[in-house]
Ligand binder design. Structure first.
Ligand code: NDP
Length: 332
């Protein structure tokens, strides 16, 4: 097949973008050692931006968005991969400054790929996606900084979103009590089904506090929100514990934050980046996902989609209206 289906975002002379499904030639794929027959992709906040005007992430048009994908190697000029190998890609700015996974084919440098671990298929890999990989990297960072089962409740903010949902399921499977913060009361049952032991309404943590410290509550935190919530949470961390900061759904600043949690309680703020993460850590995280993520709970998070659903889903995720994990079957 020298032509394949792709979501192409084009920009007109007035600077307005338009996304549509088109037939694209294989000859138009970017340079790279490995051509992948894509099976599944997913929808992230950045995808929402790139399906629309790009938010400064996309530099050249026409563009194929899709910041992550999983599929089967079709051709490879790199010894590490051969036709038939199952692979997953996240990060490296694929889908932003080069063509991504919203297509039946993608071509990328071999260094960007990770072999799919035993026990995970391509659909499950995209149910995990960048969001789930980031959750796993967060849990690994909290563990590397001392988090153990029995230490007390671990807080997950933005819990009904992509990163939050996977973090709740992972932490619960690992035997932690999980407190889930959500602004959507109607998602309480969903979060409980993923393993949350306590639901905290977003309002409880969305006001800044002038206090230097609050009562010690959390043994760890995966924070997707930042803003006033992170400022509050830092003051509620138990002595010597850590917060993995992964996102900014509630704002780019840490509102109301003080130095007191760091110097009086030895709290750590751990930055988590999934985009430029080195290969060995990616491989370790994917192996842990295959081992520790309960696949039945992952299944319950999946919202199936096709390429033609993407314009609506892209707009929805920018409004914080996507629940759990969207899995896009690019061949449907
Ligand atoms: P989602 O949109 O799926 O989830 C974000 C969740 O945050 C929402 O579902 C909502 O949860 C909550 N939320 C949204 N707006 C607000 C608000 N104003 N105040 C408080 N809570 C809010 O996104 P993802 O889970 O995919 O990503 C979360 C964040 O992580 C984003 O900022 C994203 O850019 C970033 N990210 C970072 C990565 C990294 O490498 N560091 C990788 C992937 C994502 P609820 O409805 O439960 O309240």
């Amino acid at each position: 097949m020298s032509y394949f289906n792709a979501m192409l975002v084009e920009k007109n002379d007035e600077g307005k973008t338009n996304a549509s499904i088109q037939q694209v030639s294989k000859a138009d794929l970017p340079e790279g050692e490995v051509t992948v027959s894509v099976e599944y992709s997913t929808v992230n906040y950045k995808d929402g931006l790139c399906i629309g005007p790009g938010g400064g992430l996309v530099r050249t048009y026409p563009h194929v968005p899709g910041i992550d994908f999983a599929g089967t190697v079709e051709e490879s000029s790199d010894d590490r991969y051969k036709p038939g190998d199952k692979v997953v890609l996240t990060g490296w700015r694929v889908g932003e400054n080069r063509w991504g996974g919203y297509a039946q084919k993608a071509r990328v440098p071999a260094d960007f790929l990770v072999p799919l671990p035993e026990g995970l298929n391509t659909r499950q890999a995209m149910a995990v996606g960048t969001a789930g990989l980031t959750s796993m990297l967060s849990v690994m960072a909290l563990e590397d900084h001392g988090l153990k089962r029995g230490d007390g409740p671990v807080l997950v903010t933005g819990a009904a979103g992509g990163v939050g949902s996977v973090a709740v399921a992972l932490l619960s499977k690992l035997g932690h009590e999980v407190a889930a913060v959500t602004g959507r009361a109607d998602q309480a049952d969903y979060l409980t089904s993923l393993g949350a032991t306590e639901i905290i309404p977003r309002d409880e943590l969305s006001e800044t506090s002038r206090k230097p410290l609050e009562a010690e509550r959390w043994a760890g935190c995966v924070d997707a929100v930042a803003g006033a919530m992170l400022g509050r949470v830092l003051k509620q961390m138990k002595y010597g514990t850590s917060v993995a900061a992964i996102g900014l759904a509630g704002g780019a600043a840490i509102d109301g934050a003080l130095i007191t949690p760091f110097i009086l309680r030895g709290v750590n703020l751990l930055g988590i980046d999934s985009v430029m993460q080195p290969f060995t850590n990616r491989q370790r995280a994917w192996a842990r996902i295959a081992q520790d993520l309960p696949m039945d709970r992952l299944e319950s998070m999946i919202q199936p989609a096709t390429l033609s659903d993407l314009p609506k889903l892209g707009a929805d995720i920018l409004k914080g209206q996507v629940k759990g994990r969207v899995v896009v079957d690019v061949n449907a």
